[in-house]
Design a protein around this ligand. Structure first.
Ligand code: SF4
Length: 385
């Protein structure tokens, strides 16, 4: 089997390969380095490099031992996280060592366990399986950023995960569970800070301004793997859902670079009437395809229903926390429609050249926007949330 490991699995420029075609590589071996902001990339398999372009293609050996090349010795835990190539696994892709470089003396280290896009469940499944990793990870990261309090932000509906976490943290006075509302987008960093700390982060501001650093569950897991096992980021946790026989299945620790087709097979194959493949959650995911390969940022692999035909004039209402104009246009065109009118949610304001939501999750009525879209000729309207 070939694995295809993208050179861009983080914010910033693509990494530079440090291997060449014909090289034999081991699982865990460093294969690409960032030239500026970014994160190291390591091979997820034993095999031979067969192609270099915007990705490194490796023909994987039949036998794949569990052993891997450990990251080199580092001066401290923060450096281990950098060396391991940890990035925000919730989809943001920001290098975690850069985020954790911030000191928040006496502040809050918050684990984002919201997993709030519908269908996705791999973070909660991991918590249920290894809640001890979460507890230890909070200790490590609190120490790195000098936080005095650790919070786990989770929705109350995840009862089994909550019971297991409570058992793990019962003797840790400085770690608490905090509950998020069961809404989308509860996992947005600004919603978490608002709900847990009562502070309103303005668009463009970072949680660190309010003495908080937030990391996703899988990002925390990868930090623990780097610190305790010296393991680089070579796997990804996934939820596979939708029009496949298994309907909803979690796959933990999948080698980065695996082809999507592998998961179609693992989920029992397509159900009739399947449509596009979405990588990520239903709200913020992007169109993938059978030629897509797993990256450090792929959380959901969703198989949608076929697009209904609607050869009409559409108005689109974009949302910062859901589908943007580009994604909505893609959906309209897939239905055979034409975008004749476009508007952003009135809570979106421009900050540093980018439109940001002023109050994620406190969504306004959209009557005014709908009227404008109709005046613009729209006969059918779709919205980003
Ligand atoms: S307020 Fe508007 S932009 Fe913000 S999450 Fe709600 S719909 Fe989206």
């Amino acid at each position: 089997m070939e694995v295809v490991i993208s050179l861009k699995q983080h914010v910033g420029a693509p990494c530079e390969p440090v291997v060449k075609v014909g090289d034999y590589v081991k699982k865990g071996q460093l294969i690409a380095k960032p030239s500026s902001l970014g994160a190291n990339i390591h091979s997820s398999v034993y095999g031979k490099v067969t192609k270099l372009d915007d990705a490194i293609t490796i023909l994987a050996d039949e036998e794949q031992p569990d052993d891997f090349v450990k990251i080199p010795d580092t001066k401290d835990n923060l450096d281990a996280i950098k060396e391991a190539g940890v990035v925000g696994a919730g989809g943001a892709g920001f290098p975690t060592d850069v985020k954790l470089f911030t000191k928040i003396e006496g502040g809050y280290l918050i684990v984002n366990a919201a997993e709030c896009e519908p269908l996705l469940s791999h973070n909660i499944e991991f918590i249920k399986k290894e809640p001890d990793v979460i507890a230890r990870g909070i200790d490590y990261l609190m120490d790195i950023v000098s936080a005095s309090k650790g919070y786990i932000a989770i929705k109350a509906k995840h009862r089994e995960a909550i019971l297991k976490l409570n058992e793990e943290i019962k003797n840790k006075k400085n770690i608490e569970l905090r509950f998020l509302p069961n809404i989308y987008p509860a996992g947005d960093e600004r919603v978490i800070v608002r709900e847990l700390l009562g502070e309103i982060i303005q668009p463009g501001e970072l949680p660190s301004k309010y003495n908080a650093v937030i990391v996703n569950v899988e990002t925390l897991k990868n930090c623990v793997m780097a610190i305790e096992k010296r393991r680089p980021v070579i796997t990804k946790d996934l939820t596979v859902a939708g029009k496949v026989k298994a309907e909803n299945k979690v796959f933990l620790d999948q080698p980065i670079g695996m082809p999507i087709t592998h998961y179609i097979d693992e989920a029992g194959g397509y159900l009739q009437g399947n449509g596009e493949i979405v990588i990520g959650g239903p709200f913020t995911g992007k169109r993938g395809g059978e030629n897509f390969h797993i990256t450090k940022l792929s959380g959901g692999v969703l198989f949608a229903v076929e697009f209904p035909r609607e050869e009409s004039d559409f108005g689109i209402l974009a949302c910062e926390c859901g589908a943007d104009e580009q994604r909505l246009t893609e959906i309209v065109e897939s239905m055979g429609g034409k975008v004749v009118s476009s508007i952003r949610c009135k809570r979106m304001i421009e900050v540093n050249g980018r439109f940001r939501c002023e109050k994620p999750g406190e969504c306004p009525g959209q009557t005014e926007s709908v009227m404008k879209l109709k005046q613009g000729g729209a006969k059918v309207i779709i919205a980003g949330t």
